[in-house]
Design a binder for this molecule. Sequence first.
Ligand code: 2BA
Length: 109
Amino acid sequence: MKLVVAIVQDQDRNKLSDAFYEADIRATKLSSTGGFLRSGNTTFLVGVEEERLQEVLTLIEASCQAREQYIASPVNLDVSLDVTAAYPVRVMVGGATVFIVQIESFYQF
Ligand code: 2BA
């Protein structure tokens, strides 16, 4: 059995949730925050038998898309006059960041 940890953008959260539900794949959604953009994203935990792993990955790939985001990066224009301004820096986010972990034991009490 594997644990799939998938970090997705909030915009894709419902689409992926619905896809898991329709495929009868059990998942847990956690609200998370990206360390770089410091904005909200969603982390899915999916415990899955090995034979359904590829199906899970296919659903994630089909449900999540990459998007451009801009962050304001402060820049000092003139050190002596202490003038600062913010200019936008473009980053590509996602589709999904996925980790796959071997599960040693699985219990439901
Ligand atoms: P954030 O940390 O908010 O990162 C958002 C996007 O900013 C990243 O998209 C990447 O394009 C860019 N970025 C992140 N760190 C950077 C850096 N040091 N320098 C330049 N650009 C940087 P993604 O790579 O698609 O990541 C989306 C989200 O997935 C991340 O949000 C974070 O929450 C998670 N993530 C990505 N890689 C991870 C990792 N190795 N471990 C844990 N979480 C990760």
